[in-house]
Design a protein around this ligand. Structure first.
Ligand SMILES: O=P(O)(O)OC[C@H]1O[C@H](O[C@H]2O[C@H](CO)[C@@H](O)[C@H](O)[C@H]2O)[C@H](O)[C@@H](O)[C@@H]1O
Ligand SMILES: [Mg+2]
Length: 264
């Protein structure tokens, strides 16, 4: 890895990585696979799901890292797969969406989650019910639905009760997923850990050690898989609650700096 001795005028030089888990990746790129969460990890959290911004350099940094890792880089997110490509245009990374319920592998094959007609109707009913709660937002993600209360935190208990009620109606094929000021109903088979394992059973991920980076409870299953398979797990953000992650990085901005330095 080489660094320019002097930054160009007006150009910020990315700080070299000092996180051992990530340094290993640059020293032994043939041995590691990188699994990255999106919201709160690669991207700063925003007030609403649509208000996120992608720093222009980030897609190119990820593409460079992916090439260096022989393609063994995947995004593992609660977003729908269809939402992800436009964020990182012009690149199409391997991606697991809806917390692992859908997945596009490195060969471009997409495994979708089914959307039963009754689930479509349930999403409409949820959207109607939250009309009474200003600031509460519904995010239709196809085979999952998220209700956000970041703009109306006083509605936390109402949202939790409503989603629990719809979950009972939806039956055993669905689960509740709590996140940052959000409650979601997802297919019961959704698991970021399973998605990471599925990638690791296929080229170009197979035979590599997983490095999983995330910020939220839904990332804990991929931390567990990474730890079990001799890899590394990194949590973004200040220490809060229990986590299986073995290392931490203070913010998405700092992670982006480290990734940019690794891609140099
Ligand atoms: O697994 P991730 O990639 O981290 O996705 C988790 C959820 O992220 C999004 O919601 C969160 O980010 C929003 C934008 O910053 C924020 O407004 C919201 O409060 C957060 O909960 C996304 O909207 C969800 O669909 C994802 O499941
Ligand atoms: Mg996240």
């Amino acid at each position: 890895m080489t660094y320019k001795e002097q930054p160009e005028q007006g150009e910020a030089e990315p700080a070299p990585p000092n996180e051992p888990a990530l340094t290993a990746l640059s020293l032994y790129p043939d041995e590691w696979a990188l699994f990255l969460d999106i919201d709160g990890t690669l991207l700063d959290l925003a007030e609403t799901p649509e208000a996120i911004t992608v720093p222009p350099a980030l897609p190119f940094v990820l593409e460079t890292l992916s090439r260096r890792l022989g393609g063994a880089l995947a995004l593992v997110t609660g977003r729908a797969v269809a939402f992800v490509d436009p964020l990182f245009t012009p690149f199409h990374f391997s991606v697991a969406g809806l917390h692992g319920a859908e997945r596009r592998d490195a060969a471009g094959r997409l495994r979708r989650a089914l959307i039963p007609p009754a689930f479509q109707e349930m999403k409409r009913m949820i959207a109607r019910e939250i009309e009474a709660w200003p600031g509460v937002l519904v995010e239709d993600k196809g085979a999952a639905v998220a209700v956000h209360y970041r703009l109306a935190p006083e509605r936390e208990a109402d949202v939790a009760e409503m989603m629990q009620r719809y979950l009972q109606e939806a039956g055993p094929d669905w689960i509740l997923q709590h996140g940052k000021l959000v409650v979601e109903i997802c297919p019961a088979h959704a698991s970021k850990g399973h998605a990471v394992e599925a990638f690791l059973n296929e080229p170009p991920f197979n035979g590599r050690r997983p490095l999983a980076i995330g910020d939220d409870v839904t990332d804990e299953t991929m931390f567990a898989v990474a730890n079990r398979l001799g890899g590394q797990s990194v949590r973004i953000g200040p220490p809060k609650g229990k986590t299986l992650a073995r290392a931490s990085i203070p913010s998405p901005g700092r992670l982006r700096e480290i990734l940019a330095a690794l891609a140099k």
